[in-house]
Design a protein around this ligand. Structure first.
Ligand code: GRF
Length: 217
């Protein structure tokens, strides 16, 4: 969508520091990104306050009020589609999404994960990288498919693991990188440069490598 605004809907469950990074980047001159709404599944998600402070519409959909994943996801899809987003991004949304949900947003649903996928899908990624003795760690933005944390990669930031690193120190440095690469991927999408092709993610019409675009620090 060259030269048009891209409406981005953010789903989150917690602090929302990635949301904040996206809001900040959307305020830079020439940005085609507009955060059109934020939906949380937890009333205490601090990301809701960040959105309100930025004048962004918010909604709360508490999953505990639903009888099962399909019922919640159906209601969530209706709520999301009411915002008419061009792109939906998961930013610390602590829910596993049903196949129907993922298929509905195919090609317009991104996630960020705190590991160098395909390593360490799921939780406790920093500790798992330390336990494995990895010399590098990082974070990944990917298109969401039905495989948990498994869709085509768009961009990864790689950081060195330093002697004496703890899960906390790694988390902090990885988080800082998340705040760079998520707005970058969203900007590419908004500018019409990034899309999901039949074989994987494409940037400027060319296939990205299996690792996505690599940023090595
Ligand atoms: C990030 O570490 C992200 O990779 C993961 O959830 C966390 C969200 O952090 N999916 P925040 O709420 O954006 O601060």
């Amino acid at each position: 969508m060259p030269n048009a605004l891209c409406n981005v809907l953010v789903l989150l469950s917690g602090s929302g520091s990635n949301l904040q990074a996206l809001i900040d980047s959307s305020h830079t001159e020439g940005s085609q990104v507009r955060v059109c709404g934020v939906i949380a599944n937890r009333a205490d998600a601090y990301g809701l306050q960040r959105a309100e402070a930025a004048g962004i519409a918010t909604a709360l959909l508490d999953h505990t009020g639903f009888d099962g994943r399909e019922a919640f996801d159906t209601a969530l899809m209706a709520l999301i589609d009411g915002f008419r987003p061009d792109l939906v991004i998961l930013a610390g949304f602590m829910r596993i999404l049903s196949g129907d949900f993922v298929r509905h947003y195919q090609g317009r649903l991104l996630n960020i994960h705190p590991s160098l996928l395909p390593l360490y899908k799921g939780l406790h990624t920093h500790q798992r990288a330390l336990d494995a003795g990895d010399t590098e760690h990082g974070c990944s933005v990917h298109f969401v498919t039905e495989e948990l944390d498994g869709g085509p990669l768009v961009v990864q930031a790689v950081i060195p693991v330093e002697p004496g690193d703890t899960a906390q120190s790694l988390a902090q440095r990885v988080h800082h990188q998340e705040h760079q690469i998520y707005p970058l991927a969203v900007r590419w999408f908004a500018e019409g440069r990034l899309r999901l092709g039949d074989q994987g993610a494409l940037l400027d019409g060319l296939p990205l490598p299996a690792s996505g675009h690599l940023i090595r620090l």
